[in-house]
Design a binder for this molecule. Structure first.
Ligand code: NAD
Length: 495
């Protein structure tokens, strides 16, 4: 599987590849190219030419292409969902859900003219006007993680393209096909060649984008150590950067909460997409005396979950993990929790699906009394492992959330409006749910965490997205009346 450069798939000559798996069967389904320096240079050169053409398109012409892309996406999203499910492993309905959240950003981008308008002040001084232009940056880079091969790149590229930039997407090498499919769709929608490029690769491709003086910005989503690396290196080369990192999201359940609702939501948010979501709930903070009752309810619900191939009928609730290596890492965190004294309420280690013994499955796992000193509490596991930590008060729960190094999402479950209001004010996290477990903002707000969950100032999509992908110019203009020249005056002009 190759790159997408100059409006066509381009076979790689780098001689380097990585295997792509179907995680539900464990079979290698493709080898994806890993770009070398020549291919990186070719992709950037093509994107530069693409930008020169595209940035001259009128707003009306750009808008027509984005509307066409939206129509094609809606008509053919089933094909894309099947690709996502077969390379990522998530169930088909969840793959469609991720496409729907990406589509929202495409729809926001359809209305871009309103969001790239400048401002105008007439007669700031006698005969002088000031106005601003919002111009595209040029060639921009998007580097995405494996867990949302459609939604995460779509947080960025519809807005970047609408604003007049050309985009190079560097997908995760674990599920690279979705981006090629999307490139084809852009072509069908009428986007000129070179405006949407797919560069397959690993660290070498990432470093190639970071080090290129042509690439003006980097939008990165992935794990925290790499996000920090991107942030530091993009800044070193003078680029704009937004780098979204990992997470450890807590759900605080107060004693007055509706425990059936809380249990449903903990299961949905803990085990959906096999826990491979940056907004997944991984820790339930149960404020006593509710822990025993809540755990019993979660355990009942886990017993009913069906795990299997995400494309089988009837559809299971949860698919496999992305690779065998990742499954083993998730398993090792359960070993660590056990060794550190946690109680294993439901054990997903060694889980197998009949007839798919080579698939990368891991059963839903529930841990109780997880010590907060354990690496299983402190680190991101990124699998279907829900840890319960028992606390004695709202304050104890809040302190735990605020002392963590991540700050992506969190949720409070309560029927007490005053407590919820206090929580939204006091918690040091970027996205907060009140009786909502996965508070991903809609496209016309913006997505971003705090602390080590995000490096940079501009969040993803919404108004932040348009600010990130445009550069403002301020113009001060005077059209002289030939009869009224002011003559020479070396001081600052006054009134
Ligand atoms: P990852 O950090 O391993 O990879 C992300 C991207 O970086 C990939 O394109 C990969 O090829 C590239 N990369 C990997 N190693 C690199 C290196 N050494 N140098 C340069 N580039 C490198 O992340 P992943 O495993 O694909 O995705 C899961 C992670 O992403 C989790 O930590 C999850 O929380 C996070 N995530 C965060 C958000 C968010 O919005 N904050 C959203 C989705 C995923």
């Amino acid at each position: 599987m190759g790159h997408w450069i100059d409006g066509a798939e381009r076979a790689s000559t780098s001689g380097r590849t990585a295997p792509v798996y179907n995680p539900a069967t464990g079979a290698v389904t493709a080898e994806v190219a890993l770009a070398d320096d020549d291919e990186i240079a070719e992709a950037i050169a093509s994107a530069e030419l693409g930008f020169q053409k595209w940035s001259q398109y009128s707003i009306a012409k750009r808008q027509a292409v984005i509307f066409a892309f939206r129509e094609l996406l809606v008509a053919r999203k089933g094909e894309l969902a099947a690709i996502v499910s077969s390379e990522h492993g998530k169930v088909l309905s969840d793959a469609l859900g991720e496409i729907a959240r990406g589509q929202e950003v495409v729809e926001l981008a359809c209305g871009f003219p309103h969001l790239v308008k400048g401002e105008h002040s007439e007669n700031v001084s006698t005969g002088i006007d000031v106005y601003t232009l919002k111009q595209p940056l040029g060639v921009v880079g998007v580097i995405s993680p494996f867990n949302f091969p459609v939604m995460v790149p779509m947080w960025f590229f519809p807005i970047a393209i609408a604003a007049g930039n050309s985009v190079i997407v560097k997908p995760s090498e674990k599920d690279p096909s979705a981006s090629l499919w999307i490139a084809n769709l852009w072509k069908e929608a009428g986007l000129p060649d070179g405006v949407f490029t797919v560069l397959q690769g690993d660290k070498q491709a990432v470093d190639g984008l970071l080090n290129s003086p042509v690439v003006q910005s980097i939008s990165f989503v992935g794990s925290t150590p790499i996000a920090q690396y991107i942030y530091e290196n993009a800044a070193r080369t003078g680029k704009r950067v937004q780098a979204l990192g990992g997470a450890k999201n807590h759900m605080l359940v107060l004693p007055d909460a509706d425990l059936d609702l809380a249990a449903d939501m903990a299961v949905n948010a803990g085990y959906g997409a096999a826990g491979e979501r940056c907004m997944a709930i991984s820790v339930v903070l149960a404020v006593e005396p509710v822990a025993d009752e809540l755990i019993a309810k979660v355990k009942d619900r886990i017993a009913k979950l069906r795990v299997g191939n995400g494309q089988s009928t009837p559809e299971p609730d949860m698919g496999p993990l992305i690779t065998g290596v990742h499954r083993d890492k998730v398993s090792s965190y359960v070993d660590i929790a056990e060794k550190d004294g946690a109680e294993i309420v439901v054990d997903g280690r060694g889980f197998q699906v009949d007839g798919a013994e080579d698939g990368f499955f891991f059963g839903p796992t529930l841990l109780d009394k997880v010590p907060t000193s354990s690496a299983a509490y402190q680190e991101e596991i990124f699998g279907p492992v829900l840890s319960v930590v028992r606390v004695n008060s709202y304050d104890e729960g809040l302190d735990l959330i605020n002392s963590g190094r991540f700050g992506n999402g969190t949720a409070i479950f309560t029927n007490d409006g005053g407590a919820a209001r206090r929580f939204q004010n006091e918690v040091q996290v970027g996205m907060i749910g009140i009786n909502v477990p996965i508070p991903v903002p809609v496209a016309y707000h913006s997505f971003g965490g705090w602390k080590q969950s995000m490096f940079g100032d501009a969040k993803a999509y919404g108004v932040h997205g348009f600010e990130f992908f445009t550069r403002e110019k301020a113009i001060t203009s005077r059209w002289l009346d030939p009869a009224k020249h002011g003559g020479i005056n070396l001081g600052f002009p006054q009134n």
